[in-house]
Design a binder for this molecule. Structure first.
Ligand code: ZN
Length: 368
């Protein structure tokens, strides 16, 4: 089933549309011990967006949910915090147990724009049946257990997050407080003010708030527990063992981020192609280190060919499809940039030194 969540909120004078959840729940998908990758058959539906306050007309692509290759199986996850290199910061476990689908829905990633302009996805959606246990992604203190998270109005049953839990973690990131958010729950068992450990039960999957089907909407926030301070959870949840994460910054020749650009990621080992798009605009943030605008998590280690279509209008060259090859390493981020006619570069940003190690909570300033 398809679930779409959106709400119109008046903030000061401008009108902002918020998408909190948009997913197809993979109901009935059970993990099996057999890798069952499906061939990619991505269909797209084009339609005109409704009238909105945005100054420019907008055309968007609604991907057909579930068309991207999806494996019915993943290896066990790396223990957290996991950082094989100083470049990575996989601090969090997944909030759904490893014996179920616990990975983000491929077609509804962070930064995606699916249904209308200015509705950007600020988290990832993990499809799970109603009543599936939701677990704390890391140790911390429960600071919210109610309706009303988006407007910070406890008890507001019209809030798009529905019943939600927020955990303020015991560790920070570069001296900044980390939070995780769990939304659309059917029932909350966590108690506000209580301390939880990784894997402790917070409540159960539901379909409360702006959604029409059960799933978990999961966010990572810092340095404040605010809708405008989310970051891509796929950079923070530990990958399955032997798998890695592709992270990129894709811009035009002048360095301006290209939005909603489709990139094909083809495994040279088995030919399976995954499609990922660069972030849209809106209330999303790139990682302070990677400065990325595209992330594709849960990739088995190996060699992949990246293909994207780019035309520099002022300086067109013949070949419009640009390609490069990247190696995905187990338990690590593989980084690339694309800069218009300057093409691909697979060198990493400068090493971030020890800033990436989790720091005790006593050295960070808690914020509400
Ligand atoms: Zn969501």
């Amino acid at each position: 089933m398809k679930c779409l969540g959106k709400v119109t909120v008046t903030l000061k004078v401008t009108v902002t549309f918020i998408l909190l959840s948009s997913c197809t729940a993979l109901g009935g998908v059970n993990p099996t011990p057999v890798i069952a990758d499906l061939a990619a058959t991505q269909e797209e539906v084009q339609f005109e967006a409704p009238q909105t306050p945005t100054p420019e007309p907008f055309r968007l692509t609604l991907p057909t949910p579930g068309a991207e290759p999806v494996s019915g199986w993943r290896p066990p996850l790396y223990p957290v915090p996991w950082a094989m290199s100083p470049y990575d910061h996989f601090y969090f476990a997944r909030p759904i147990a490893a014996n179920q689908v616990n990975w983000p829905l491929a077609d509804y990633r962070y930064g995606g724009i699916f249904f209308a302009p200015n509705i950007v996805h600020t988290g990832v959606d993990i499809p799970a049946p109603d009543g599936t246990p939701i677990m704390a992604a890391g140790p911390g203190t429960v600071i919210w257990t109610d309706w009303g998270l988006f407007r910070e109005t406890p008890g507001d049953v019209t809030d798009p997050y529905g019943l939600a839990v927020v955990v303020r973690h015991d560790f920070g990131y570069k001296d900044q407080q980390l939070y995780t958010v769990y939304a659309h729950m059917s029932r909350i068992t966590a108690v506000e003010g209580a301390h939880v450990q990784t894997g402790d039960l917070l409540g159960f999957v539901g379909a409360t708030g702006a959604t029409t089907g059960p799933h978990l909407h999961f966010e990572v926030r810092f340095p404040t527990n605010s809708f405008h301070h989310t970051y891509n959870p796929e950079l923070w949840i530990a990958p399955p063992q032997g798998w890695g994460v592709l992270v990129g910054r894709v811009t035009d020749t002048k360095g301006v981020a290209l939005q909603q650009l489709q990139i094909a990621v083809r495994s040279e080992e088995n030919g399976i192609t995954r499609i990922v798009k660069t972030y849209g605009g809106g209330a999303i943030n790139p990682d302070p280190y990677y400065n990325e605008n595209v992330v594709l998590g849960d990739l088995p280690a190996g060699l992949y060919k990246l293909t994207l279509h780019y035309v520099d209008e002022k300086n067109p060259i013949k070949e419009k499809d640009r390609q490069t090859w990247v190696e995905i390493y187990p338990g690590q981020v593989t980084y690339f940039t694309f800069t218009g006619n300057d093409g691909f570069d697979i060198s990493r940003p400068l090493a971030p030194t020890l800033d990436f190690l989790p720091v005790p909570v006593s050295t960070v300033t808690p914020t509400p």
